[in-house]
Design a binder for this molecule. Structure first.
Ligand code: COA
Length: 204
């Protein structure tokens, strides 16, 4: 029998977050073959959230093995400042900036690690002011399209409401139409358009 369950994050789940992040990191598909360093995506999109805000991280398990997660921050401005102070400096030292001509996925991710994590530009400040929290959600294929994404999202919203947070945003690649359809179905609306990504927001 297959049993799925949602449970709070425990620090022993950190490697599972890195694994799932990589296996869904190519616009929702497995990015394992794209990266020489399998940890780069997790350093950016998963681990700092679980480390800094573990009470906003939830695991989906299949027969007790993690197969999905939702995680995020209640305050995107404070989270960016904390990453600049406590998360990114050792990563920047460990991963020197690549040559500007390096087209690899690793180089792209390392440039991301060196870019500012602060909510600095005016466009971003505008939607973060209205939708202060943000999140990431990733489920392995074996867990998709069975209602678990919706359940994880509802759990996350419930936690945010309990913290007095009234709105949340997220970013999705235009090359991930399945995730775009999911967010729209759950009631998210576009709050900003970038050339390669759409920012969605929802009031709780
Ligand atoms: C996108 C993702 C989080 C959706 O979670 P899920 O568990 O597959 O979605 P659910 O089964 O909970 O679906 C919830 C609703 O969204 C709709 N939906 C989900 N995927 C959809 C798709 N590909 N196309 C159209 N609608 C979709 C469902 O029909 C459902 O509607 P209903 O509740 O009215 O029946 C999940 O598929 C996933 O993690 N994908 C890979 C990683 C990824 O892309 N993450 C997002 C990065 S921004």
């Amino acid at each position: 029998m297959t049993t799925f369950a949602i449970r709070p994050y425990h620090p022993t789940d950190l490697t599972s977050l890195y694994r799932i992040c990589l296996q869904t990191g190519d616009h929702g598909r497995d990015a394992t073959l794209l990266y020489r360093d399998p940890d780069l995506l997790g350093h950016i999109y998963a681990a700092p959230y679980a480390v800094f805000e573990p009470d906003l991280c939830f695991l989906l398990t299949r027969n007790a093995v993690p197969c999905g997660y939702i995680l995020g921050t209640r305050d995107s401005v404070a989270f960016g400042e904390r990453c600049e102070r406590d998360w990114l400096p050792p990563l920047r030292a460990r991963y020197p900036l690549p040559e500007p001509t390096d087209p690899s996925s690793d180089a792209w991710a390392i440039r991301h690690i060196h870019a500012s994590a602060l909510v600095s530009d005016e466009e971003m400040q505008a939607y973060v002011a209205s939708y202060p929290a943000h999140l990431h959600i990733d489920l392995l294929p074996e867990a998709q399209r069975q209602g678990w994404g919706r359940k994880l999202m509802e759990r996350f919203w419930h936690e945010l409401r309990g913290m007095g947070v009234t709105a949340v945003h997220l970013g999705v690649s235009r090359s991930n139409p399945r995730a775009v359809a999911f967010y729209k179905k759950l009631g998210y609306r576009p709050v900003h358009q970038y050339p390669k990504a759409i920012m969605f927001g929802i009031k709780l």
